[in-house]
Design a binder for this molecule. Sequence first.
Ligand SMILES: CC(C)(CNC(=O)c1ccc(Oc2ccccc2)cc1)c1ccc2c(N)nc(N)nc2n1
Length: 327
Amino acid sequence: MNNSDYENYIKLKDQLNIYRRQYYTEDAPTVQDFEYDRLYQELLKVESAHPEWVTNDSPSQNVGGAINSAFPKFRHEIPMLSMDDVFSLEESQASAERIKKFVNQTDVEFNLELKIDGLALSLIYENGRLVKGSTRGDGFVGEDITPNIFQIDDVPKTIPLKERIEVRGECYLGKDSFAELNNKRLEDGKSTFANPRNAAAGSLRQLDSSITKSRHLQTFIYFVIEPENYGLKTQSEALKQLQEWGFATNNQNRVVNDFKEVQNYIDEYQEKRLDLPYNIDGIVFKVNDFKLQSLLGNTVKVPRWEFAYKFPPIEAHTHLRTIEWTV
Ligand SMILES: CC(C)(CNC(=O)c1ccc(Oc2ccccc2)cc1)c1ccc2c(N)nc(N)nc2n1
């Protein structure tokens, strides 16, 4: 074993763990997402060449981040998973082909969705009433932030469903609300948030829920746990049903059968993303049919039936233009 390779690996792993703590626990990352993704892909490459080097504290072995002890812990009955990222159209085509091969079907329908750049949220309803709200945490144990969830206007406090249900989605701060919040903080001589995701995380994980209320957080709900229990057959049907139950859903999803349509959708939203009132960082490919999803199953960390195509980072000058616009 070449000592310096191993030492470089350890340095890379430690650096990524510092970035993760800043991102997930302190809501104050010091590195851009694309730079983190690049280093993380490098770690995955080294670990696939040297599986004997992988230890439990490697970022590749943990979903999400540690949790803020100020909140009661909440163990998820079903883990909150993340997703494998791909960074090119070719890779996304290869992932789609791998899924088709796995289920031995050539005409697998995918439901394409905007990948909302917020923080993952779980909501539980019993007898039609909201009873629990929690964050992802490390995917298995999150933070119970129920009082704060009641402060989010677009989260329905009751739904017309008597059975118990858990739904999941993303909590985000719209670009306008983000600009207003940062301008106000500047006026008050406070530090500003680096991006809307951190601002949403910082706002949702406030111990004083009146502060959460003042932040105008929003949600997009995109996932029903055990959807077959509610007679749902596909992801696109689930999104429609979620909207009918009163949840805020993102209706820009598109069911596609062939790769030309995928290319059109990705091109369309690569253009539109700067004008959307919220941040997206990619496109999520989900096998639409729930029977096929369960055939594909899940690994410990990610479902096999979905993956995310990540947009290339917004060019710095474009980004600056966005900041000029918001200021
Ligand atoms: C698909 C999923 C990863 C959620 N799904 C899960 O968390 C999940 C959880 C247990 C699952 O199945 C299991 C059941 C029992 C045990 C283990 C897994 C399957 C998926 C996800 C994550 C982030 C998303 C995002 N930012 N935007 C959009 N548009 N969609 C997103 N979808």
